[in-house]
Design a protein around this ligand. Structure first.
Ligand code: SF4
Length: 669
């Protein structure tokens, strides 16, 4: 029931938010403050707003005051930016124009929001015919080029500031309605919305209290960018004589006047309002981008910059600690790794303060149910997590003392494949179907070594032999579709080994294979690991596989490590109730268990991690104390670490006597 409750809680409601969400506002401000471009944009926009609000005080003259004796005057002590063709002070008109242009932008976006947001919410939430009707109308509006539509409406209504506002509102409403509807569509399926409906909450209340807060972040970003767009469109209308009427200045009509009267004699009459428009639009767009990153709003459309760059973004809020001289036995040390995902509801922490290490030649098994954060951990180490949505916010990933999180892409490419290789879950999709096996293997070698194609091909055959592919010299010219699943995975392993990496990350390498092939691949990995003395991070949800291959085991649950110890200890004397549950659910051929046990409930979604011990809603040993403050990962006196203060008083059941684990354990001893 408790699990169900966590899933039903509205993440936007303050009272039940986990700490990561409660400090969100503060973190948004902090992130904005660390974005120099966003800070510059904010400073600029505040300056423009102050100028616009206090135009009467700042401007030395009235905007229509003329000095007939000084037409198109040059900048001077009395006229900072000179005078225009009618002898009016250009600085004064620029200041008053800021007021007009900003007023129009803000008014249009506000008016459009009042119309479009309720329409979009209603359309997305209700669906059906209403949605169909609203969307067809919005599409009709969007089918005209925005400026052409604004000109048409302004042409019908006639020139003037108010009419320009009406025209621009007509242009903005359809787009904003579609954006709001898209966001509402995604949220209406959420369990907390269903739960709210299930207790009889009226639709308008669900929309206002549940859906609207959840879609607010992307709408704030959209609104900020729109302010710039409207300002530009208003300048266009005024330039064409369809906007603000003279003598009232706007940046658009100043541009027009300068163009008509002084383009060749006093070009700054055109340049000055042009610069004001360009800088202000740029500032709104930059602020919108900064807000998008700070609020964790996923970018739509083309992939984000980091995604294209192929490097997970690192945005550490705390400066990382000094890197100590590496312990010679430690190959990889992950320290305090924290990863967040941008979701439609904001930034959600999926990994928290993850620390573990892998020694040279050691196999660490990373185990946990689906959704516990294992693959995110593996991808974060390689910095292959797409950004957005992934963002590394804290911690270090030290490869023999070098922090991978501080490396640029070029250096990271040197690490990938050469120092650390990775094999993925599904061999069907990991190989490019357009290229032969040989192409993949040759490419992997030539990426990191100055080696001729023929030498790389020779070594590719050796690698295929190494991973026990029969008739390697012929298979090298096969395409992936000509191989079985097991063979493809062997090719993936050969590709990963091509540059003799020190660490192999195997992310569920046997999950997509049938049981017999799984066993063969595991045997192969184990043999290769021993033969090549290579360290391995073996990620899986299958404890049976872990028993077979690992020296040490780290058990993950809900983005945290809950237990870490020698493989033998984990299987014989589990210290965490979650580990006991996983062992109880493990099928075995031998042993005294008549039937398998299950862990009731599911791993919670990252936005709904419960307070206190994250496992408490599913733990049969939970007490009130477990629901309180955060539970730390403590080092045990006998070695290993566990995240359960009650563990020493619990008699948890392991798999002693079970052949699956014990054979491996005996072998190690
Ligand atoms: Fe269970 Fe409490 Fe231990 Fe968490 S801290 S695992 S809820 S006993």
């Amino acid at each position: 029931m408790a699990v169900l409750e966590t899933a039903l809680l509205d993440p936007a409601a303050d009272h039940e938010l986990p700490p990561v969400m409660m400090s969100r506002r503060k973190r948004v401000v902090k992130r904005l403050a660390r974005n120099p471009l966003a800070v510059m944009a904010i400073v600029y926009l505040i300056a423009v707003v102050i100028v616009a609000v206090f135009a009467n005080v700042i401007a030395p003259y009235g905007f229509a005051d003329r000095d007939p004796g000084l037409l198109l005057g040059s900048p001077s002590r009395h006229h900072l930016l000179g005078t225009d063709a009618l002898g009016r002070d250009t600085f004064t008109r620029l200041v008053f124009a800021a007021r007009v242009s900003l007023r129009i932008s803000v008014s249009v976006v506000a008016a459009a929001s009042v119309i479009a947001i309720p329409l979009g919410l209603f359309s997305g939430y209700k669906g059906g015919r209403i949605d169909y009707l609203i969307m067809r109308l919005a599409e009709a509006g969007n089918s005209f080029p925005p400026l052409v539509l604004a000109m048409a409406v302004a042409g019908i209504l006639g020139p003037g500031t108010t009419n320009a506002m009406y025209a621009l509102t007509v242009v903005v409403v359809p787009g904003l309605t579609r954006v709001t509807r898209g966001q509402a569509l995604a949220v209406r399926e959420e369990t907390f919305v269903e739960a709210s409906k299930a207790i009889g909450t009226r639709d308008w209340r669900v929309m206002a209290k549940r859906v609207l807060p959840s879609v607010a972040s992307p709408l704030i970003v959209q609104g900020t960018v729109m302010l710039g767009g409207v300002l530009l469109a208003e300048a266009g209308l005024s330039y064409l004589g369809l906007g603000t009427r003279l003598p009232t200045p706007s940046w658009g009509n100043m541009l027009r006047e300068g163009y008509d009267t002084a383009l060749f004699t006093n070009p700054w009459q055109v340049v000055i309002p042009g610069i004001a428009i360009a800088l202000t639009v740029l500032a709104f767009n930059t602020l919108g981008d900064g807000l998008r990153d700070a609020l964790g709003v996923a970018r739509s459309g083309p992939k984000g910059r980091s995604q294209r760059r192929g490097l997970t973004t690192v945005f550490r809020e705390k400066a990382p600690a000094e890197v100590p001289a590496p312990d010679t036995s430690t190959l990889l040390a992950v320290k305090g790794l924290t990863v967040e995902f941008a979701t439609e509801r904001g930034q959600v922490r999926v990994l928290e303060n993850l620390s573990f290490s892998i020694n040279h030649g050691e196999v660490l098994g990373l185990v946990g149910e689906s959704g516990s954060g294992k693959s995110v951990t593996a991808l974060s180490i390689m910095r292959l997590l797409p950004s957005p949505p992934g963002l590394i916010t804290e911690g270090q990933v030290l490869l023999e003392g070098t922090d991978l999180l501080a490396l640029p892409l070029k250096s990271m490419r040197e690490v990938r494949g050469r120092r650390i290789s990775m094999i993925f879950q599904d061999p069907m999709t990991s190989l490019d179907p357009a290229f032969t096996v040989g192409h993949h293997l040759i490419e992997a070698q030539r990426n990191h070594a100055d080696i001729s194609k023929s030498d790389a091909r020779k070594r590719s055959v050796e690698l295929l032999d190494l991973v026990q592919i029969p008739a390697a010299a012929e298979r090298i010219d096969s395409y992936p579709h000509q191989l079985s699943g097991g063979m493809r995975q062997r090719v993936m392993i050969a590709t990963a080994l091509a540059s003799n990496p020190s660490l192999l990350i195997a992310d569920e390498p046997t999950t997509a294979l049938d049981v017999t092939v799984q066993a063969q691949i595991l045997d192969l990995l184990r043999e290769l690991q021993r033969e090549l003395k290579m360290a391995m991070l073996f990620v899986t949800h299958d404890l049976g596989v872990i028993a077979d291959i690992s020296d040490r085991v780290a058990v993950m649950y809900a983005g945290q490590i809950v237990e870490e110890s020698d493989a033998a200890d984990v299987f014989r004397r589990p210290q965490h109730p979650y580990t006991e549950g996983l062992l109880g659910a493990m099928p075995r051929l031998h042993g005294d268990a008549d039937r398998l046990t299950i862990i009731r409930g599911m791993v919670p979604m990252a936005h709904a991690f419960p307070n206190g011990c994250r496992f408490h809603p599913r733990c049969e040993y939970a007490t009130d104390a477990c629901r309180g403050g955060a539970v730390e990962l403590d080092t045990r006196s006998g070695g290993g670490r566990v995240r359960c203060p009650l563990s020493s008083s619990l008699s948890l059941i392991g798999t002693a006597g079970d052949a699956l684990a014990s054979e491996r354990v005996k072998e190690k001893r």
